[in-house]
Unconditional design. Structure first.
Length: 285
DNA sequence: AGGGGTACCTGCGGGC
DNA sequence: TGCCCGCAGGTACCCC
């Protein structure tokens, strides 16, 4: 689920549903993915849920925090009411779409004292949760600017692009420059801006940078408005188990071989920096 | 500095 | 049917 709009959608949902709840127990199915001693936070209360870039942060009443990265296939699913008490777990519970939880991809479960629970599912096991403490959190310190903050101006973007010949798409994906853009939205933003992904960042004109700035903001906001993108393999779901709805609005991502909605020419796919890269050779210069 | 390759995992779909 | 390959929303690490 891992780009800014999906993480933001998750954060907004969890702010409503897990803040105030007390952690009663933690069940770990995949040891490598919960990197600390869970006993450090049993009994603690969730007092805040936030995001920075693609990282999630649960603030606890005891001054500790849970830091989470969902990587490629992580998802957080909230079950408001378990039908059985914790002692019966792991035992599948009915969930939306005929699924049950815990499922085969469930790696960690956080049980709350009111008989609700949060499931961390992650098919490919790249995601992780860890406990952090104190003001300085090294995983967050290298993150670049938040693209939906007021600090992300045309001027800021210009300064990020002028000093480098790297491909513009590679720069957009660089979390130390801008935090939160992933492969879907980098492709989409460049299409909206009419800029080819392989263009050297320092070759963009003032006008193109302005357009790209606008494109980044509008594609991220649009995706948040539609609760994120659930691509074909459905790795991303909202915490209530529902899919996002932005996939039907994608203009180029995974549309290679299909017609550009704007000019009807065929969308192309290349590999750039090891990532699938999609663009319209006619609309993007 | 930054490009390329590999690694971490699992599963799916396509070609033969 | 079975096998091998490439592919997947991310990022860290190595070597050059």
């Amino acid at each position: 689920m891992p780009e800014l709009p999906e993480v933001e959608t998750t954060v907004r949902y969890l702010k409503e549903h897990i803040v105030g709840r007390q952690i009663q127990g933690i069940k770990i199915f995949s040891k490598k993915q919960f990197l600390d001693n869970p006993n450090l936070i049993v009994g603690a209360k969730i007092v805040g849920v936030n995001r920075q870039g693609k990282m999630l942060l649960f603030s606890l009443g005891n001054d500790k925090k849970i830091l989470i990265h969902l990587k490629l296939t992580g998802q957080l699913v909230f079950a408001p009411h378990l039908e059985n008490n914790q002692a019966n777990y792991p035992r599948p519970i009915p969930f939306s779409g005929g699924n049950t939880l815990p499922g085969r991809a469930t790696r960690v479960v956080i049980y709350f004292s009111d008989n609700s629970a949060l499931f961390f599912n992650d098919l490919r096991k790249f995601g992780w949760m860890k406990i952090v403490e104190g003001k300085r959190i090294k995983e967050l310190e290298n993150l670049g600017i938040e693209p939906l903050s007021s600090r992300f101006t045309i001027k800021t973007l210009t300064s990020l692009l002028t000093g480098t010949k790297r491909a513009i798409k590679t720069v957009l994906l660089d979390q130390t420059k801008i935090a939160g853009i992933g492969n879907i939205y980098a492709n989409e933003a460049l299409f909206l801006a009419g800029v080819l992904p392989q263009r050297p960042a320092n070759s963009l004109t003032e006008k193109e940078i302005k357009k790209l700035h606008q494109a980044i903001i509008s594609v991220l906001k649009g995706a948040i408005r539609h609760q994120g993108t659930s691509a074909a393999d459905d790795a991303y779901v909202q915490p209530d188990g529902r899919s996002g709805r932005f996939q039907s609005r994608l203009k180029v991502y995974q549309r290679d071989g299909e017609k550009c909605f704007s000019c009807k020419k065929i969308i192309k796919r290349i590999k750039l920096g090891g990532r699938g890269t999609f663009f319209c050779p006619h609309c993007q210069k």
